[in-house]
Design a protein around this ligand. Structure first.
Ligand code: SF4
Length: 202
């Protein structure tokens, strides 16, 4: 959370497959703590209502709506754990007050693997492009987030060579960043890119 609020360029560990659930450990946790405790401290504290306690004390997880906040996993440490397909989300532009008020980071890379040397090189390339763009375009005493506010996210993404993706998020679950000018063309580009990625992965 700190990095989203403060860092110009933050990387957050994430997984994209399903959360792992040990239902026997869930039952043991419910037996030890009681249903009320589990409902008050785990189920109702999920920010996206992605959890439900079943009648038999097992846990149902709506993985599509889980935003990977880690709350339930931090409370039920034996029963729940992240999935296996891990990587990072890259956010840009978080900052405390300076020229304008506080800004949260915007998701510019929803998910990337960070396993191989090539993956790290790609991350360094994005960071390097961002620094170069900042050096050429930022005003004096401006932070990255402020520069993006001033010039527009589309211009920033084009400047650093990142394709617009509907999974980019400026405010989680409120305003996913979707480019709507030339919609059909942009949608086709995204579809083509995904098909090409699938072809390479096959
Ligand atoms: S990780 Fe967060 S969003 Fe996902 S199910 Fe748990 S509490 Fe809900």
């Amino acid at each position: 959370m700190n990095s989203i609020e403060r860092s110009d360029f933050s990387t957050i560990g994430i997984w994209r497959d399903d959360m792992k659930v040990d239902q026997e450990e869930v039952k043991a946790f419910v037996t030890e703590k009681g249903r009320k405790y589990v409902i008050d401290n785990v189920i109702t504290r999920c920010p996206t209502n992605a959890l439900s306690l079943n009648d038999d004390d097992t846990l149902a997880v709506d993985n599509r709506n889980c935003v990977r906040c880690m709350h339930c996993i931090n409370v039920m440490t034996k029963a729940l754990s992240p999935g296996d397909d891990k990587g990072v989300t890259v956010l840009i532009g978080g900052k405390r007050t300076l020229k304008i008020g506080d800004l949260m980071g915007t998701v510019i890379v929803p998910f990337m693997k960070l396993d191989t040397e090539d993956d790290y090189e790609r991350l360094k390339e994005i960071a390097g492009n961002t620094i170069d763009f900042f050096a050429e375009n930022a005003l004096e005493h401006e932070r990255t987030g402020e520069m993006i506010e001033r010039i527009g996210l589309v211009n920033f993404l084009e400047g650093v060579g990142l394709d617009v993706d509907p999974n980019m998020v400026s405010e989680p679950r409120r305003s996913s960043y979707v480019r709507i000018d030339n919609w059909d063309e942009e949608a086709q580009k995204w579809t083509d890119r995904k098909a090409e990625e699938a072809r390479i992965a096959a």
